[in-house]
Write a protein that binds this ligand. Structure first.
Ligand SMILES: [Zn+2]
Length: 191
């Protein structure tokens, strides 16, 4: 999937989680940082390739990426697996605790939003032709549906004209269906 689709999928998943689970009371700064963390999490697994969105956002990122990406074993390897979930989950929590005294936000909420984005990325990549090595180090890429021919081509017509708009519609539908909860969130939860 492209970075744009991953960003949208991360947001759609976040909205879904917000609709179905009880929301903690958060500050506006936590809400803003959490939204950014959600997008970052949605792009993070592709840090294993020089064309990853995150590298393009960093100054000289594509240059550094060539030094860094071999350590993750290449594209769709460790960062696209359960090992990657634990590794990036641990590192991001560690990073957040380090900056928690300067960044005055609820780091538990920020971390949750980051991980929601991260997980959504792996789920979205699972429906692409290449699949995802969920059970790394077992070298098998899992894909849904099992027949490769029925899966989505990254950046192809299905992704651009069906999946991406579909995610927008789904987000709108969730917000519409649970609008009272989202209004309550804006009124009461965000202090
Ligand atoms: Zn990916």
């Amino acid at each position: 999937m492209t970075g744009r689709t991953h960003d949208m999928a991360a947001f759609t998943t976040l909205v879904g989680v917000m609709a179905f689970f009880p929301m903690p009371s958060i500050t506006l700064s936590t809400a803003i940082v959490s939204l950014g963390a959600n997008m970052l999490g949605g792009d993070m697994p592709d840090i294993d390739q020089p064309t990853g969105v995150i590298w393009h956002k960093l100054p000289l990122g594509t240059w550094y990426s060539r030094l860094f990406t071999p350590f993750l074993g290449g594209h769709r390897y460790i960062s696209h697996s359960r090992v990657g979930i634990f590794l990036f989950g641990y590192l991001s929590w560690w990073g957040l605790t380090l900056i928690s005294h300067v960044l005055l936000v609820d780091i538990k909420v920020v971390w949750d939003c980051f991980m929601i984005g991260f997980l959504s990325h792996l789920v979205m990549d699972t429906i692409t032709r290449e699949g995802v090595p969920w059970f790394f180090p077992i070298p098998i890429r899992i894909g849904i549906p099992p027949m490769k021919a029925f899966r989505v081509a990254t950046g192809g017509l299905i992704e651009r004209f069906l999946i991406f708009p579909g995610l927008i519609v789904m987000t709108g539908y969730i917000v519409y269906s649970f609008h009272s909860k989202f209004i309550l969130l804006l009124h009461h939860y965000i202090r």
